[in-house]
Design a protein around this ligand. Structure first.
Ligand SMILES: Cc1ncc(C[n+]2csc(CCOP(=O)(O)OP(=O)(O)O)c2C)c(N)n1
Length: 543
């Protein structure tokens, strides 16, 4: 068969259902072979959108999302989304066309050394320089993307190789089990936890990747230990659970920060340093840290590990839970109570523009607990991370490793493909929305009814917040917006503008009931940002 056909067979063999991307001149054979495949190609309007779709597909399924571009500019357009997946540990395989091998040695139209370009943003980058290596390269790209720590890989496919004949077969797909944690480390960890006066759990995205959230909740409940989660681990313990302290990750003081100050033993579970710098939650460097993860800890002066329990997280939690002595009560309960008071504080507020807390309240009320929100990056993300309650993991997706703006709209499209039965909402700033808003055409064309909720402040809100905190003045953060209702209508979507705070719940309900894409322009009152900083600046810990 043709090498391009073998390549597509190998992708099918890996269980690939969708490829997100843009065809080009240098992948004609692959695009043609896809016509005879079970794989559905989702044609996007920008390669960055395709990469973000693959990124979020990977987060929601634990199987690599796949994106495809042509050589040169198509491939470089993929990079932001690929880097996002890699640093956030989302499994993703990126594919790019390449010029024929007979012109790679010289200056040549659209040619870049893509293996080198992708090297810093992937775990593995390879070129298909011989048709015979296709089964190995594809298997390796998927195996590495899908093994801890999951991330991005890259395959470059020169056009002359794609057109060659080859006789090879795809390799069997095997998922190696996570290794057993060593018994001695489990015993040491259990002893430290039993002796602790104020233990605290820090749960990260690795708990989601390991599918270990039930074991985490059982562990916390049985031992009576409070749990702080990173932004990327929202929902790993249901927020209604009395042990849940909420999200850690804001760079300012917060109630959850009081928990870290008070804790003597911090049990980090599936936590990646990229999610929340250790110097922010462990400035004193003097607490006992127990590291529970599939892999040994990254080196960091503020993350000195007393005991590292590496191996299957589910197994580690169950075994340590059996051995450790439960604690009598969780003294950090007031931290949770204070956070809940704040979440409830503005739910009847009628001030306009709408306060962030009120938008979150109305959104949470409008959605079912299994519905999914994809957050973009900005001030809205900080509010959502802190105040949007999640009862299930992967119901509020936040990019907090690479933290790239522009993920929400394409991410919501991928989420709708994975979970057509759930409501999917992209929560985005006005700036992040316009970075990839062209993908609403993709959503409309593919009949994927998502809701896009724009927090409109006419500027780069988060940056303004930081500037005001640091310098008490603003530098170059303002812009003007198009009329988002007309913009929506031009794409064939339903557009809404929130003219008064009272109408937000009705608009959300109407938008969620639509069978096409809905865009809600919601003016937001970001004076709350500075108020929040001041409030947290004078925070007196309630424990
Ligand atoms: C691609 C990218 N460019 C720049 C940044 C830096 N950045 C972080 S938040 C932000 C402002 C976001 O503004 P907006 O989307 O309107 O959201 P808001 O902060 O107003 O809620 C910027 C510029 C980034 N994280 N990603």
């Amino acid at each position: 068969m043709k090498a391009a056909e073998l390549f597509v067979r190998c992708l099918e063999n890996e269980g690939v259902k969708y490829i997100f991307g843009i065809p080009g001149e240098e992948n004609l054979d692959v695009m043609d072979a896809l016509l005879d495949s079970s794989i559905r190609f989702i044609t996007t309007r920008h390669e960055q959108g395709a990469a973000f779709m693959a990124d979020v597909y990977g987060r929601l399924t634990e199987r690599a999302g796949v994106c495809l571009a042509t050589l040169g500019p198509g491939a470089t357009n993929l990079i932001t989304g690929v880097a996002d997946a890699n640093l956030d540990h989302a499994p993703l395989v990126a594919i790019a066309g390449q010029a024929g091998t007979n012109r790679l040695h010289k200056e040549s139209h659209q040619v870049l050394d893509l293996e080198k370009v992708f090297h810093p943003v992937t775990k593995y980058a390879a070129s298909l320089l011989e048709p015979e290596i296709i089964p190995e390269v594809v298997r390796k790209a998927f195996k590495l993307a899908q093994s801890e720590k999951t991330g991005a890989t890259f395959i470059e496919f020169p056009e002359n190789i794609a057109a060659m004949e080859v006789e090879e077969a795809c390799l069997p797909v095997v998922f190696p089990p996570a290794p057993e944690p060593p018994a001695a480390e489990i015993e040491k960890a259990a002893a430290l936890i039993s002796r602790a006066a104020h233990p605290l759990i820090l749960a990260g995205n690795g708990v989601v990747r390991a599918g270990a959230w039930r074991q985490l909740a059982a562990f916390a409940e049985h031992l009576n230990i409070p749990v702080a989660n990173t932004f990327m681990a929202k929902g790993v313990i249901p927020f209604r659970h009395p042990c849940a302290l909420g999200s850690a990750g804001l760079q300012s003081n917060d109630y959850v920060g009081c928990g870290f100050s008070r804790a003597d033993v911090i049990i980090s579970i599936g936590y990646d340093l990229v999610e929340y710098h250790p110097y922010l939650w462990h400035p004193t460097r003097d607490r006992t840290i127990i590291h529970i993860d599939q892999l040994p800890a990254e080196v960091d002066a503020h993350y000195p590990v007393a005991v590292g329990v590496t191996g299957d997280i589910k197994h580690s939690l169950t075994r340590i839970g059996e051995l450790a002595t439960p604690h009598p009560g969780h003294h950090m309960r007031p931290l949770r109570d204070r956070l809940i008071e704040e979440m409830d504080q503005h739910h009847e507020d009628t001030g306009y523009p709408v306060k962030p807390q009120k938008i979150i309240w109305d959104l949470r009320t409008a959605l079912d607990l299994e519905d999914i929100v994809i957050c973009d990056v900005g001030a809205h993300k900080m509010w959502m991370a802190r105040m949007f309650r999640c009862e299930h993991p992967n119901t509020c997706i936040i990019s907090n490793g690479f933290a790239s703006m522009g993920i929400a709209v394409p991410g919501a499209i991928a989420a709708k493909l994975v979970h057509p039965e759930r409501n999917i909402v992209a929560v985005t700033g006005d700036a992040g929305f316009l970075m990839n808003s062209q993908e609403i055409e993709t959503a409309v064309r593919c009949r994927l009814p998502i809701v896009i909720l724009i927090w409109n402040d006419g500027g780069y809100g988060l940056i303004e917040w930081k500037q005001l905190n640091r310098f008490k003045r603003r530098s170059n953060v303002d812009f003007t917006n198009p009329d988002f209702v007309k913009y929506a209508e031009a794409f064939g979507c339903n557009g809404y503008r929130v003219e008064s705070t009272q109408e937000l719940p009705t608009i959300l309900k109407a938008a969620l009931a639509n069978d096409t894409v809905s865009i809600i322009d919601c003016p937001v009152d970001y004076r709350e940002n500075i108020k929040f900083t001041e409030q947290m600046g004078s925070l007196v810990c309630p424990i």
